[in-house]
Structure formats: C-alpha cells, structure tokens
Design a protein. Sequence first.
Lengths: 380, 304, 329
Amino acid sequence: MFHFAKPEGKRWRGLAAIAASLLLLARAEAAEPILIGSVMDLTGPVATLGQYAKRGADVAVKEINAEGGINGRPIELVSMNSESKSDLATSLGVRLAARPDVLALIGGNFGSTQYALSALAERQKIPFVTPTGLVTDEQRTWKHCFFTLVDFSDVAKVMLNYAREKGYKRLGLMRLEREYGELGAKFLHQYAKEYGVEIVAEERGADGDRDFTAQLSKIRDAKPDFLVVWFANPGGSLVLKNVKQLGLTIPMIAPVSMDSVATVKVAGSAAEGLILTAQIAGGQVLERQKAFATGYAATYPDTPQPNSFEAVGYDVVKIIAAALKTIQPPYSREKLRDAIASLQYDGAGAVIRYSATKNDPTQDGIVLTQIKNGEFVLLK
Amino acid sequence: MRPPTNSAEEQPMSSSTILQFLFSGLTSGALYAFVALGFSVTYSSSGVVNFAQGQFVMLGGLVAASLNTLFDLPVLPSMLLGTAAAALTGLVVGRVFILPILKLGEFRLILVTLGISLFLEAIALLIWGTDPWALPSLLDLEPFRIGGASLSSDSVLIIVMTFTTLAGFTAFVRYTRWGRAMRATSIDRTVASSLGVNVPLTIVLAFVLSAVFGGVAGALLTPLIATGSQVGMLMTLKGFTAAVLGGISSPMGAVIGGFLLGVIEAFAGGFISSAYQNAIGLAILILLLMFRPEGLFTLTTRRA
Amino acid sequence: MRDLAHFQPRWMSFALCLVAASLPLLISQHPNFMNLAILVGIYYSVCIGLSLIFGIGGQLSLAQAAFYGIGAYTSALLSTKLGLPVFLSFAAAAVASGVIGWVLAAPILRLRTVYLAMATLAFGEILVTLIRENREITGGSTGIINLPTPTLGAFSFDTPVRYYYLVWTFALLAAWIAHNIIKSRVGAGLRAISDSEIGAASCGVDVVRYKTWMFVLGAIFAGVAGALYVHYLSFISPDSYSANFSILMVMILAIGGRTSLIGAFLGAVIVTTLPVALAGYDAYSPLLFSILFLAAVMFLPDGIAGAARSSLIDTGWSRKWRSGKEFNQ
C-alpha cells in the first residue's frame, strides 16, 4: 500500500527509541486529569434528554481541555448510563462517589433520577450539578445540589406575563398527567389571577398516548384565547398536530421540554409559530452563548443548532470548571462545593447567581423563542 | 382525581366531543388490533407469546421513516420496504431463534422473545437515535369532519387496513393450503405433523406474518404519531392486553379486543381521567378474566 | 422438559451462608461492592418467592413487582407519615403484601399461563398508576426521600456493613423457609401441580390451597424485600415497580436456573452486577446486556445452575452425593 522510506540502520532505531522513551516520560509527567462523575440516562424513556445533555457536556470538556484545562490539568468525565432508572442511578452514584479522585457528579436527566442522585449527593457530601430543575421546594435547602433549568414557578410567571402583555385572558392548559405537568399546572394556577388570566380549561394526557383530540375538543369547547402545552416530546408534538387537526388556531406556548428538533420533525407544519420558554434560541444565539454555539457546531457539523438541553449540559461542566478556577489546588469536594455555591456565571443555557439561598438559575436565563420555518429563533 | 376544568361552569359534553373520543379510540384501537393480531397468529401456531411483537411495529415505522427522510423515497414505497424489513426480521427470528428452542417449552420461548425484544430495542436506539422519526401522510387529504369531530386520513387508513387485513387473513386461513396448515398447527401440532403439515415451516410463516402485521401497523402509524426506538415495549404491552381481552387464540377476537381496548381507553380518558385511562383498561381486563378466563372470543381451549 | 431434580447438597447451603457471613470482611472498604452485595440480597429474596411460585409451581406470575412495591410503600409511608419504627414498618409491609396476595390469589390463580401472566402484569401497572396519581399520599412520580434507617433500640443499621447483614439475614431466612418447603410434602405437591393440575388433584393434592400459600409467601418475601430496599436507598419512587421489574425477576430465574435456590442466587448476582458493570459503555450497555441474556437463554436451557449441575453429573461427583442423604429431593 503505502511506501515510506525506511529509516536506515541502527542510528535511526536508536533515535526512535530515545524519542519514544521521552514521549513516555512526558505522558507520565502529564497532568493528572480532574475527574467528574457523569450519571446520565442515555437509554430508556428519557434517553433523548440524557443524550442531549451528554453532547453538551462533551463540547464543554473539549473546549476546556483545548484551552489547557484547569491549572494545566485536563477535565475528564467518567461517564455512566443510568438507563432512566433511579435505582441504577443510585448504585452508579455510590460507585462514583466512592472514588476519592472524583470531585463532583453531574447528571440526572429527569425527575426521579435527579432526585435520587441529589439525595445521594447530599448524603455523601459530594457536589452535584444537574442539567435539570428542582422537583421539590425542599431541594432549595440542600447544600450539595445545583440546578440549571429554570424553576417551573419562574417559567409559569414568564408565560403568564407574556399572556398579560398580549391581552390574553382565557388560558387553556393541555398538560402531562405526570409530575412534570402537575408542577406546571400548580404554578400556573397559583399565579394566574395575579396576571389577570383565567384558566378556563385543563386537560391531561400521558406520554405514551397517541391521540389527544378528545381532550383538546374539551378545551376547545371552553373557548380559550391562548393555549399552554405543558408537555414533553413526543406527546407534545402529537398535541400540536391534533390542535391543527381540530382547526384550533390560537397562539400556543410550551416549556423548555419542547425545545428540540423532535418537535419540528414530528409536528411539522403544526409546530409553526409555537412559542417556547427555552433557554437558548438555536437559530439566534445571544452573546453569552456564542462560545458554546461555535464549539457545538464544530463538534456536531450535522446538527449545527443546539437546543436548551445541550446548552445546560454544557453549562454543568462549565460551572464546575468556573468554580475550580476560583479556588487553589489541592481540590477537595467541600472546597469545590463552597466555590459553586457562590458562583456568578453567565452560561450558555443558564444564568447562574448561586448563593446560600439560591441553588437554581435566575429567571433571566429564560429565552422566549418561536418556531419559524422549522427553526428556533428569538421571539418577535 | 378529576382535573379541574373551568370551575365556574361545567360544560355539558358536546356530542362532537363524544364522537371525537370514539374516533380517537378507533384509531388507537386499530393499532392495538394489528399488534394483537400478530400475537394471536404466533401464539396460535407456536404457543409463543412473542414479546418482540412491538419491535416489529417499531421497525416497520423506523425503516419507512428513515428511507423517506434520508433518501427522499416516496411514502408508499417507504412503507412497503418498512414492512419488508419487519418481515425479514420476523423470518430471522422465527428460523434462527424460535425453531431450535421450540422443544424447550413455553417458558424458554417467552424468554427468547424477551431477549430479542431487548436486543432490537437496543440496536434501534443505536442506529436511529433517540429522536422520533416522522413520515408524511400517505394520502394527502384534509381531515374529515363528521358531526363536528375530525378524523384524519391516516386514521381512516389504518382502521380500514385493519379490517382488510383481518378479512384477508381469515380468507387465507380458510381457503389456502398454507392457511389451513397454520390452522391445523394451531389446533394440535403433533396431529398436524402426522397429517403431513410441515410444522417448522408453518411456524416460521406465522412469525413472518405477525411481523408483517406489526410492520404494516408501524408504517401506517408513523404519519399519525411518529415512531422512535422506544415504542416497542409499550406496543407489546398494549397489543398483548388487547389480544388477551379478545381471546388470544382467535384472530377476530384479537382485532375486536384491540378496538375495544382503544375505545375503552379513549372514553375512560375523556369521561373519567386521562391519568387513569390505562389503568381502567387493565382493570376491565382483569375483571373480564375473572369471568371469562379465556378472553371474550376464544374459539378453542388448547394445550400449548 | 423441566428438570425437577433439586440438586442442592447441604454443603452448598453451608458454603453459601459462610460466604455471605464473611464477605463484608473482604469488601467493606469498597462501597460499590457493598452496595451491590446488598442489592443482590434484596433481589434474591424477591426471587425466592418467584422461584416457589414459578420455578416449582409452574405459575408464571408477574406480580412480584407489585408486592415489592406494596411492601416498599407500606413501610415508607408508615415510617415517614406516622413515624412508626422501621422494623414495625417492615412487619406491616409483610402483612400488607401477604393480605393483598391472599385476596388476589383466589381469583387470579384460576387463570391459565398466558392469562395469569397478563392479569398479574395488569395488577402491577394499575398499582403504579395509583401510586403516581396520588401525590399527596405517595409522593407521586418524584417519590419520597429521607426514609429513616432501621433501628433496634440504640443500634442503628446505618452503615453498609450493618445493612448488609440485615438484608442477608432475611434473604437466608427466606431461602431456608423455601428450601424446607421444597423438601417437604408441599414441595412435592407443587411439582405435581406444575406437571398437571388435574393429576395432582386426583392424587389428593389440595391444588388451590398450595397455590395460594405459595403465592402469599412469595408476596410476603417480595414485600419485605421492597421495604428493605427503600430504607436502604432512603428513597422511594414508583420507577422500580413497573412490569420491567417483574420481567427482571423472571430473567434472574432464566439465567440462574429456576428450579433451585442456588440458581436464583446466581441469577440475582448476574442481573444486579451486570448493568452496573456495563454502565460505563454508555449507550451500548442495554445492547450488551441483551446479547448476553439471549446467549444465556439460548444456550443454557436450565440456567447456569442447570448447566453446572449437568456438568457435575457428567463428571463423577454426583455419584457420591446421590448415594448419601445429601441429595435433597
């Protein structure tokens, strides 16, 4: 096949040997990586979320290491798959936390795996940054858990505020019947009056359902002027399709769970005009998101536009890196936790102002986006 | 728990809403019917509860959708190729995995199909990723508006196809040689064999057929709701429920069971609570099994 | 073709107990191994129940997950909402699963194979829905955290080593009970039932009573195991109690071998440790698991225990045991 000129004789071999040993020595001297344990749901029902977060995290690791790492030490993710199971997540968390060289944990891509890992992190006193949001208010008092998706109470307020600005008074709500939807509904009900909005109909559906025309008909009967689709994919996209099928043409808004290419793929033209309380507009990034977007497009040239999940996946690693930069080695879990707990950081998906009383991102992190021509752009 | 609807006025349920429930139920029902039919066919001929049935649905849909999306193949050929892919998988499963294990008994067979379903799901995740895949409508028609309720052309298509397939299969079983062979095998394998029926071939044929049913369902379903690598298990559970409801050894029973389950779920979801809709379907199943342990329409009680 | 020979010589049981008792000395410094060892004990307990119902009695019940959940939630709720001491909650878990098992047994056990499987599966799914929908009582899909640790007076089972002994004491107790049942007349009756119910009945076996007892016993084992599980994790969520869990239990018997308790043990070890071992392969882990599972099912018809037994029989070893009273049949 290829013909290289062979180096002649012993001299070359000797030089090669010396070069090889120097290289080996260099590797041995090369900085020991900083380990971050990653327990993500890469398969199973929430595989989509897990894989998005992992993609974002990988972009962050690449970027940090290309810049020389932290104090010359590269960051390395010890990546595990919790298969969307909270007990497996706990086992894996125990396994990672048992390694003294693992400084922090990231992961937990939906309610139960995140909750299980958070509880574990609190018990084992290891800092845990998750690409999801709070599931209970009690988690606000926890010291070792840090969130990157804006809390639902803030999301609900942003949605209601938008409705108020546009003069919409009658809100219809189509939501997931599980926890995710319940929390959304709770906050919408809680703040609706404050924003002069009345929830005239509320219907529920399950992830696995294929048809929501029955529930949407009931909503339509109540004559809302604004529809909140508090759903995740693929159910949410089917809701959009059914809405179109029923001929309902009122404006619709959905939370960040619908911020992915799946919405456009599955709902097609039915997704046009959908507004989202996302945390990044893949087609129109803000200043603080540019570094991420560039790195992302370089790593994944086939999908140049990131979504909110990938953005916060990136953030969880960057948050740890940013915190590490504020402290001196030798690093320990407690020092890292303290550093994260007072971090101010403008991330790709989240705007972080952590403090002793706040472990979730600020409301400023919400970016109102809209689907136009199959792309996610900034609203208005 | 009743979700809080408009607290001030309780809207009377309009007849169009009720009709909408019915349409929605018939659409899901058609899907369940296909899967249940597949279950019935394999169970009848080989005594196997094919856990991988739902994966055939998944494969049919995914192959069709990816051919259309990646290679711009028109919808109909994509669907046909999707079904062919499912059929091929059925062939491999039947010939390579089921035949050799037949003599080891019912339990082993169930486990093998379970393993195959896990394998297919895992492979699908790696090949097709986690995002859903969509297909455009086969017939690009506006949804039909009947009595204030709407029914999409894809729904009509899948409902019609279910009955067509059932009719076709019944004719096949009654009038063709292979069909009669399958019927004989399902009644008693040993006797069929002694009468000259090529039992192993018949069983493989059963698997291919049930894979075809699943694949067709998957392909027809995808324009409606999109497929992903995760749908298999849910389809299996629903199809199995429907098959048991109607009587797993009867094709007609399976189809009716499918529609029944779909409609029950839709009405339960509409009138009572969408949260409990699955549970209500299952509860009705359990109640039914108390009184008719063989399902609604079982023709014969057979020893597997 | 089911091999009903129950080859479990006494030395094997002693060896198992010895290994179980001394294992922490070796692995207590490795939290991840301790974690796995505890989980194996819990899954083994659930499986012992299934082994009685299904392995010996031939009834494919997929209700183990439901009882696992009933026991878990009974204990979790009683200990957090009512402040009941944990051991009392464990007892309540046993009672709850036993009672519900007994109520369920009568109608359900009349059903044949496929229908029994479906009915038990349906029962489990309904239960999970009930749990998810009643958030105020059960914590819903998110679950409940900070479940208390079991205590006996001043002694608290709050380290992995202590919890390990707690779990394995129960597991070995369950195994001992099951073992004695299998050896007894009841066991013989069960095997007769799995061969032919009519035949067994004509021999005077009280089919209904035996099936019910085994079902209830299996339910109790699963219920207590569930309670042990959640108080270990200090966390409960409905994730673990769906159909997948029951199927996992069946897998354990499939891999390990369903007619022996050693088989259930081996299966539990494999099914518990394998996903954790494979988790580092990211998205490939379910694929690898399914391949291994398929291979085991296709090539080891009686599970690992069966294969080991056959190879032992092939060598000269078994002759020694067959002659002595060690051969438990």
